[in-house]
Design a binder for this molecule. Structure first.
Ligand code: HMH
Length: 207
């Protein structure tokens, strides 16, 4: 029986909850996050999304033709997202020209590696990364200002649909993957769960 995205979520609920339920998100929801902590997340996540865009490009490079429509639509969303991050940084007087924190650098290096992996592994990882933000922000909604637009960006219904379609595409790629690739996809999923948890924690310093 081939591995599916749903199976990964059912098999590792604890790991996935740690990735998507975090004090950072509940403090945004309650409006009690320190602006400096929020800004750390914001500036580091901009750099994350730059590297994620390169991963998206590599996914497009190896995707079957039938998967291109969804992935190209995702690129348009990333275009808007990068411009939006720049606008948010300007609003808050934040420079985006700063060094990556170790946690962000580790996650970016992981994505650069993942870009070299076979398509079924990449597609599974790409889905998991988007799902983490979709569930994380949606699960802590509604937020209070000024965080409403952040929660909506990844928590909105269209984004949920996009992530579900990414799961379908990953599932179809996994269907014809051999056991070794399925094991690799599973490892990638678990690594992403840890990296996501660490990324939230990074806002509090010391990671
Ligand atoms: C850390 N994970 C992180 N940042 C993001 N922007 C996403 C996932 C979703 O793209």
């Amino acid at each position: 029986m081939p591995l599916t995205c749903q199976q990964l979520l059912s098999q590792y609920p604890t790991q996935w909850q740690a990735a998507t339920i975090h004090p950072f998100l509940s403090q945004c929801q309650q409006g009690t996050i320190q602006p400096q902590q929020f800004n750390t997340w914001l500036t580091q996540d901009y750099h994350f999304v730059v590297e994620f865009t390169r991963l998206a490009a590599s996914l497009i490079q190896s995707a079957p033709v039938a998967h291109l429509d969804l992935l190209l639509g995702g690129m348009v969303v990333l275009q808007d997202e990068l411009n939006w991050f720049q606008a948010k940084a300007t609003e808050r007087d934040l420079s985006l020209d700063l060094p990556l924190q170790p946690t962000c650098a580790t996650y970016c290096a992981f994505m650069a590696d993942l870009a070299q992996a076979p398509y079924p592994v990449k597609a599974t990882g790409f889905w998991a990364i988007e799902l983490a933000y979709n569930q994380g922000w949606q699960g802590h909604s509604p937020m209070v200002e000024p965080y409403v637009e952040f929660a909506d960006r990844w928590g909105n219904a269209a984004f949920t649909t996009y992530v579900e379609l990414l799961a379908q595409q990953a599932d179809s790629a996994l269907q014809s993957a051999d056991k070794a690739l399925q094991t690799e996809a599973e490892k990638v999923f678990l690594t992403i769960a840890i990296l996501e948890k660490d990324f939230w924690q990074m806002a509090y310093g010391g990671l």
